[in-house]
Every structure is written in structure tokens, then in C-alpha cells.
Design a protein around this ligand. Sequence first.
Ligand code: C2E
Ligand code: MG
Ligand code: MG
Ligand code: MG
Length: 282
Amino acid sequence: RSKRRGRGQITVYSREIAQEMKQATQLEQALRTAVIADAVDVHFQPIVRLGDGAVLGFEALARWIDPDLGFVSPSVFVPLAEERGFIDALSETLLRKAAEAALSWPSDLFLSFNLSSAQLMDPGTADAILSTLARVDLDPRRLELEITETAVMTSADTAHRIITDLRAKGVKIALDDFGTGQSSLGRLRDFTFDKVKIDRAFVSRITTDRASEHIVKAIIAMCEGLDLQVVAEGIEEYADAEKLKALGCPMGQGYYYGKPMTGAATHRYLQEHRPALMVEGA
Ligand code: C2E
Ligand code: MG
Ligand code: MG
Ligand code: MG
């Protein structure tokens, strides 16, 4: 009897898997169409100086609303494009749009852009990024690329070369989601980064969990010692911001300071958060 039930379960599971595969293929088709139609968008989330809330730059975040499927999260469609081998086309479109938006900001503001792990395994990535910047005419020194520890460690030699080539042109490299990936602190020493972004998982608990507070404190101290810039991600509350300031964290990002917004909305945001600069530019 149990054997039968076992077999039945296998049938149920394989149907579910088949269903999931069908959905993934539908999603893939819709995403490919959207990339070709230039229908995948970018939004921008401010990164601020915690001391006075001044905007220092924006992180580009991919946004896609399919006419049939509705809103699809980038944490679903970016991995899908990686698996199905068209992350290059998707990323190129996103970087072009993001760089075009960055051109309309004051020139001391940076653009932060997420690189996927598959791109760090592809030796053509540095050239592809630099040629997109050249086409849009955005100074590479205004670009920061966010990469994760795990991505760097997966294909260390290729990743190292890409990072070195890009840094030679003035592009900065930020370690995203720091503290959650698979890396040892020792291996981090082998790479040259400019910035560390402390993962939201620690930041969101900073006022309620002593361990998270100590971890954040230690990361800030380590970054100071290594001459790395440091940003706290996922600041949602006034109390989080105050705590981070007290710990000496120089920069932050999160819903408390601003949610991801359209390119047009960045101009309104800049008017409100950089009044001195807007007067200067007028
Ligand atoms: P990420 O790079 O770590 O981006 C931060 C995520 O946290 C974003 O989610 C952002 O909207 C969200 N976030 C920001 N502040 C807060 C906050 O205060 N509270 C909470 N709860 N969330 C906050 P999003 O936009 O859904 O993106 C998810 C992930 O998808 C990103 O994580 C990144 O890994 C990936 N992604 C997004 N856009 C791109 C892209 O253009 N290229 C690549 N390769 N990956 C992207
Ligand atoms: Mg990021
Ligand atoms: Mg992050
Ligand atoms: Mg993340």
C-alpha cells in the first residue's frame, strides 16, 4: 500500500514539476519579448549620507510589468535570464537606460548597477559594460557595480580580471548583501573593492537584536581599517538610521530615505534633497 502511495506521490510531483517548467518557459518567452520591445524598465533608489541625508547616488533596480503576468520581481526574472542565457541582452538594456538617466543628474552623483553572477563568469563583460557607457557617454568614474561575495568566489579568476579591467577605467566595485554570502574574510583580501553594502538582514534587526548590532559594528570597523566605503542597506525606520549614525556608519539606503522610483521621480527627489545644487544649476 505504501508503495502505491509512493508511486502516486511521484506522479503528483512530476506533474507539479512539469507545470513549473511550463510556467518558466512562458515567463522566459514573455521576458525575451519584453527585452526585445525594450519594455523592461529601471527604477532608482537613493543612497544617502547618513549625517545630513544628502543624496550621493542612486541604485538602479530592474522593473518589469508584463501585460498578462503583471509585476514580476527581479529576483525571479534576473535568475531566469541567467539560466536561459540572455542575461547579457537584458543587462545591456538596463545599463543603457540607467546610464541615460544618470546623465540627467548632477555630475557628482554616482550610478550603482547590479551585476549578476553569470556576468562575472563571462570574460566579455568588462568590454560590454565599457562600450555601453561610451555609447551613452557616461563617465566610467560615475559607475559603481554591485556584485556579491558568492559570485566573486564562484569564478574567481575571471571575476578578478573583469574587476581589474573595470577598476582601471575608474569604475568602482561594491560588495552587495555583505555578510550573507559564501566567502571567507581571507579570500576577500585577494580582491580589490571600493565599497561594502551591509545586508538588510542585519540592518533590519539592529535596534532589537544585540548580535546584529555587533555584526554591523564589526563590519563598519573592518571597512574603516581596510579603507573601504560602507553603506547600510534596508533602513526602514528612523530608529535604524539613528542607531547606524551612532555606530559611525557613513552611508545608507532604504525605504526610510526613499523607495525605488522612476527616472522622472529622481528629479523631484533631487529638488527636495539637494536644494543647494539645484540653485547652483539654475
Ligand atoms: P539588491 O541589489 O540587494 O537590491 C536591494 C533590494 O532591496 C531591492 O529589491 C530593493 O527594492 C529592496 N529594498 C531597498 N530598500 C529596502 C527596505 O528598506 N526594505 C526592504 N524590505 N527592501 C528594500 P528588488 O528591487 O526587488 O531587487 C531584488 C534583487 O534583484 C536585487 O537585490 C538584485 O540582486 C536583483 N536585481 C535588481 N535589479 C537588477 C539588475 O538590474 N541587474 C541584476 N543583475 N540584478 C538586479
Ligand atoms: Mg544591489
Ligand atoms: Mg543588496
Ligand atoms: Mg539582494
